[in-house]
Write a protein that binds this ligand. Structure first.
Ligand code: C2E
Ligand code: CA
Ligand code: CA
Length: 766
């Protein structure tokens, strides 16, 4: 498969050519070095030491320019370096021509102009190379480079300028020319050392070679000055003769080395060695300068070194301080929301309790509000985590606007927030809770959707409720839990209900009550909005407690669930409710009952048999019982609930989705549920007639229409006034329930006639 050279091999051949040339130049340089050593002083040859060296340098410069003809990117450095080398080589050629036949060239001579042009070109090359390797350096790092460079320059100046002052003579132009070289060298050395100091870990081979060669050049120059002052020696001649061509060859080679791009990962910090040496050099020069006559240039450079050290230390201190502040801020800030985090919360609370433990401090009061968003997980599940994050981010600014500057809002974690309110009575904490609730009600506009959320808030106070942070948090958490279960916006901690010891006792009392059936059922009427007639009742459980009075269901149902008493309790409620229904039936009144069941009841394998068995025992048609299940619990185990609901419906029972709208059941879900009734969540209904923007009404109307489209009966509960009742009957709601019509009450107190208020409402609508 001989196909001739492939493009790659050709490229390789091309890229190898300059190295061959450099090999030849290197060999020539070595030979020249040997010749310098073996030759005697008087055997200097103008051809060899003058013309051939100059031609050698021209070749090296030329090779640089060849590199500049290469790929477009990265041409600048070879071009600048090549021109610099060319300038130097032409200087050499001119000097050789000027000193032909042993003539002494004038100072300044045309050769000087070319020699001196070398410096600015090399500075540019070094700066370009440095810039390519570091995009961004901290000011302190630049200062480190400056310190190292100034120190090195100071040391160089110590020797160079001193000597110049001793040897310089002639007119102003001659002195200026003679001084220009050491200045050029000092600057070159400064750049090389400074650059090397700021490029730790980034120093490429290219930089090291170029920098080393420039340093060699500067050292060669300085040595040359010395020699001029101290007289010739053989070693001096050899060093003098070899330093320049070597440095020029190395500089030329450096442009062919592969440049390294700037690194994207953070490099290790610049070391302190070179800047440290620079600072020491500055100190030493100033110290020695006091004793011996060190030149003013060296003294000035040394002073500049130490001034830079001072500025650099100032910068470091400032950076250190701002870093410390930043670290502290980060440690107490929640990354997502920018609010304070748990650590900040505990910092404030612990500080408060520590203060209170000290008898000398006056007693202060603090309230802690534990805010837990309702159904936040469903937002994450339905709209994605980024939507959830967005919502959390919007929370901070929104809630902060309702707080005083002294109140602290923190994100305790997840969807939990905390508010610390200092030096205020419990009433103020309640006001804060109300304001937060109102603020949360406004919809949150996320990327594609607008969602409404609510929160449950638990309030605990110190020192009344707790004497340390953890206990305070537990109290607030318990109150919050109660708020969540009761679907109220907030609850204040109550030791009689929330306290751990009491809880255990309560569980035991509850167990005994279940054993004894010591519960009562209250019934709340539901009214048909078309006819105004009483059409059903909802059975609501009550626990008459010897010590606590009538305990509402949400205060003990969670306990029953925890203690595994739920099934027995539900059986008891179903049995009593159906017994009451049968009693009404016997009295000639057909009044279906609705019974609330928890999802554990519903998913119990014996549930269907239990219900049908009880209906049969009370000789009731299955249409006299409606099972209410809350929307949010259905979602938790949708598939299983769907199956049981379908089975209940097949047997002719009614199934209602309770508190509909509190969760985020999508319409598609709803279609798959064989329910017969939607019960709008109370939060929709309360505030419907208040000062709103009409959007709430539109939402309720749309939900009712949706329910009707799916063939469902729509019930509105929580109706507390006439306006709401009128409004709901106006938007087509089927059934109404609420304190305005009747509170839940014992069966015996129930008025089974058409409620008078509803008749009035019907008339108002008509
Ligand atoms: P729910 O099923 O949503 O019951 C409606 C609740 O709203 C009842 O509270 C009722 O008294 C109250 N309510 C009725 N009309 C109004 C009104 O106009 N304004 C206001 N603010 N509230 C009104 P209750 O009786 O405390 O029951 C609370 C919850 O306890 C019920 O919510 C239900 O989820 C649960 N529950 C009640 N009885 C039972 C039961 O026997 N078994 C189960 N599993 N849960 C029950
Ligand atoms: Ca209910
Ligand atoms: Ca409800």
């Amino acid at each position: 498969a001989a196909q001739g050279p492939t493009p790659t091999t050709r490229a390789n051949t091309v890229s190898r050519a300059p190295w061959a040339a450099y090999a030849v130049l290197g060999a020539l340089l070595a030979a020249y070095f040997v010749s310098l050593i073996v030759r005697r002083e008087d055997q200097q040859s103008q051809l060899l030491d003058g013309w051939l060296v100059a031609i050698f340098e021209v070749t090296a410069g030329g090779l640089c320019l060849v590199r500049a003809l290469g790929p477009r990117r990265g041409r600048a450095i070879p071009l600048v370096v090549g021109l610099g080398l060319f300038a130097w080589a032409i200087g050499d050629l001119l000097l050789t021509a000027e000193s032909a036949g042993g003539a002494r060239p004038p100072t300044p001579s045309p050769a000087d102009a070319f020699y001196l042009a070398f410096y600015p070109l090399m500075y540019s090359a070094l700066v370009l190379l440095m810039r390519r390797q570091v995009r961004k350096l901290a000011p302190a790092t630049w200062m480190d480079g400056l310190v190292a460079g100034l120190g090195a320059a100071g040391v160089c100046a110590c020797f160079a300028f001193n000597t110049i002052l001793h040897t310089a003579g002639g007119d102003a132009a001659a002195v200026a020319t003679n001084v220009a070289y050491p200045i050029g060298d000092v600057l070159l050395l400064m750049l090389v050392v400074g650059g090397t100091a700021v490029l730790p870990g980034r120093r490429s081979r290219q930089w090291l070679l170029l920098a080393g060669a420039c340093a060699l050049n500067a050292v060669g120059d300085t040595y040359n000055l010395f020699q001029a002052a101290l007289g010739d020696s053989h070693v001096g001649t050899v060093i003098n003769g070899i330093a320049w061509p070597t440095s020029i060859l190395a500089i030329s080679i450096s442009v062919w080395l592969r440049p390294s791009g700037s690194s994207l990962v953070p490099e290790r910090a610049a070391g302190f060695l070179l800047p440290g040496l620079g600072a020491c050099a500055g100190l030493a020069i100033l110290f020695v300068g006091g004793l011996h006559g060190v030149g003013p240039v060296a003294l000035a450079l040394a002073t500049a070194t130490l001034v830079t050290v001072g500025i650099r230390m100032g910068l470091s201190m400032r950076r250190l301080r701002s870093l410390t502040e930043k670290r502290h801020r980060q440690a107490v800030t929640d990354e997502l929301t920018g609010l304070g985090n748990r650590r900040q919360m505990f910092g404030i609370l612990d500080g408060f309790f520590a203060d209170q433990a000290d008898v000398r401090t006056p007693e202060r009061h603090l309230a802690f509000l534990f805010v837990d968003l309702d159904h936040f997980k469903e937002i994450n599940d339905s709209f994605g985590h980024s939507a959830g994050d967005q919502l959390l981010r919007q929370l901070g600014p929104r809630l902060l606007s309702t707080l005083r500057s002294t109140d602290v809002l923190v994100r305790v974690g997840g969807d939990e927030l905390g508010v610390i309110v200092m030096d205020n009575d419990a009433e103020y904490a309640v006001t804060v809770a109300e304001r937060l609730t109102a603020k949360l009600k406004e919809p949150f506009v996320l990327d594609e959707v607008s969602v409404r959320i609510s929160a449950s808030i638990g309030i605990a106070r110190a020192p009344a409720d707790a004497v340390d942070s953890a206990a305070l948090l537990r109290c607030a958490d318990l109150a919050m839990y109660r708020a969540k279960l009761a679907a109220t916006a907030f609850e204040v901690y109550r030791p009689d209900l929330d306290d751990g010891g009491n809880r255990l006792r309560l569980v035991e009392e509850l167990r005994a009550a279940v054993d004894n059936g010591a519960f009562v059922l209250h019934f709340q009427p539901q009214v048909d909005l078309r006819s105004g007639d009483l059409c059903a009742v909802e059975a609501l459980l009550r626990w008459p407690h010897p010590r606590l009075g009538m305990v509402p269901p949400l205060d003990f149902l969670p306990l029953a669930e925890e203690a595994g008493l739920m099934q027995r309790l539900t059986t008891l409620v179903l049995d009593r409710a159906l017994a009451q229904c049968a009693a009404w039936q016997t009295g000639g009144r057909r009044l279906p009952v609705a019974v609330n069941v928890s999802v554990t009841d519903l998913l119990d394998p014996g549930f269907i048999d239990l219900v049908t068995g009880l209906l049969a025992r009370h000789q009731l048609p299955s249409s006299s019982l409606t099972i209410e299940i809350t929307e949010t619990t259905i979602i938790r185990d949708f598939e299983a609930c769907m199956v049981v609901i379908a089975q209940l419906r097949e047997r002719g029972l009614g199934v209602s989705i309770d508190d509909f709208g509190a969760g985020f059941t999508s319409l598609a879900y709803l279609r798959n549920l064989a329910v017969s009734e939607l019960k709008l969540d109370r939060t929709f209904i309360t505030g419907l007639t208040g000062e709103g923007d009409g959007r709430d009404v539109a939402l309720v109307r749309a939900t009712i229409e949706l329910g009707h489209a799916l063939g469902l009966r729509v019930v509105a509960e929580g109706i507390e006034d006439r306006a709401t009742l009128d409004l709901l009957s106006g938007v087509g709601c089927d059934v109404a329930q609420g304190y305005f019509i009747s509170r839940p009450m014992p069966a015996d107190d129930l008025v089974l006639r058409r409620p008078r208020r509803v008749i009035a409402a019907r008339r108002a609508v008509a």
